[in-house]
Design a protein around this ligand. Structure first.
Ligand code: F6P
Length: 344
């Protein structure tokens, strides 16, 4: 058997470890593994690389993805690109394909599955916004890096008696901001799932500042300041999957200015951005990425296509891709109430 593997969408810690899991499990079954470079672009253009035991040895702790990634969407130009992908699949002699990605990449995988390709999905994303899996690898590492940033901001904020604002990634789901804020001891957390209330936030920050002499705010890049913001969406620059390029919105700077204006306290903002996506994965992400990689090969061996490996409690299971990409997993009220316990 010959199995292809690709990584699509934003990279995150754990991708190489997942590839390692795929290579090593494939060896158990005598399956040959071929890497497709740069996400779906590799399938369109037929860009391949061989993956063997030596490769697996070299990527034990490496960040990023040795396969490269892209946000290429073959269904954007369906008539032209999709046949090309089908052709490459056949020409390389693939029996099956493993797509490692978030909702966009797995959404494409699901469409190809419906067109008859034998595909299995592996969930990844630092945003942790994929439903049908309890956690995605990349998230734990990204939040761990962001917590370190909070600690550093606390030191300098404390010295200068400032309110420090940290903007983290996460697109339309506030998981990274929420976990970073809770675990890092932030004084206020802003997530896309909750409306921004400047009055409430600034009254609270003033109270905190009077008590501690500094304050920490963690904000998710995807928050909306007003309903006009949402209406403006049409005009903003988007990627191949139609997502707004959020870093251009600079929410941290807006917050910094608003906090200064409303509280009279000096504020500073930082954006951690892509630093959250590089480096070696945490223990949790290493184990999770290996487990879902191994599961994907098992699914292929069992002929269970159109499925995605997932984490349910502490077990690795499988769910239909259709179900996995049906809706985003956002922060629910239960988590939000839990976070509010610590905003004192
Ligand atoms: O989807 C993962 C993610 O890191 C988001 O949190 C972020 O908005 C986006 O990717 C950034 O994308 P890019 O790497 O294309 O700037």
């Amino acid at each position: 058997m010959k199995v292809g593997v690709l990584t699509g969408g934003g990279d995150c810690p754990g991708l190489n470890q997942s590839i390692r899991g795929i290579i090593l499990r494939s060896l158990d079954y005598g399956i040959e593994v071929i890497g497709l470079k740069n996400g779906w672009a590799g399938l369109i253009k037929g860009l391949t690389m061989s993956l063997d035991l030596k490769t697996a040895d070299e990527i034990i702790s490496k960040g990023g993805t040795i396969l490269g990634s892209s946000r290429t969407n073959p269904f954007k130009k369906e008539d032209e690109m999709v046949p090309k992908c089908m052709e490459t699949f056949k020409n390389i002699g693939l029996d099956a394909l493993i797509a490692i990605g978030g909702d966009d990449t797995l959404g494409v995988a699901n469409k190809f599955y419906k067109k008859g390709l034998k595909i299995v999905g592996v969930p990844k994303t630092m945003d942790n916004d994929l439903s049908a899996t309890d956690y995605t690898f990349g998230f734990d590492s990204a939040a761990t890096i962001a917590i370190d940033a909070v600690e550093r901001l606390r030191d300098t904020g404390k010295s200068h008696h400032r309110i420090m604002v940290l903007e983290v990634m996460g697109r339309h789901a506030g998981w990274v901001a929420l976990f970073t804020g809770i675990a890092g001891g932030a004084d206020w957390i802003l997530i896309p799932e909750q409306k921004v209330n400047f009055d409430e936030m600034c009254t609270h920050l003033k109270k905190v500042w009077e008590r501690k002499g500094y304050g920490i705010v963690v904000v998710s890049e995807g928050i909306e300041f007003s309903e006009e913001d949402e209406e403006d969406e049409e005009e903003q620059e988007k990627d191949a999957f139609g997502h707004i390029i959020l870093k251009k919105r600079a929410v941290a700077v807006t917050l910094e200015k608003e906090i200064e204006k409303r509280t009279g306290i000096e504020a500073r903002s930082s954006v951690i951005g892509h630093m959250q996506r590089g480096g070696s994965p945490t223990l949790f992400d290493r184990i999770l990425s290996l487990r879902v990689g191994v599961k994907a090969v098992d699914l292929i061996k069992e002929g269970k296509f159109g499925m995605m490996a997932c984490l349910k409690g502490n077990r690795i299971e499988a769910v239909p891709l259709e179900q996995a990409v049906a809706k985003l997993k956002t922060v629910d009220e239960e988590w939000w109430s839990f976070a509010k316990v610590f905003l004192k």
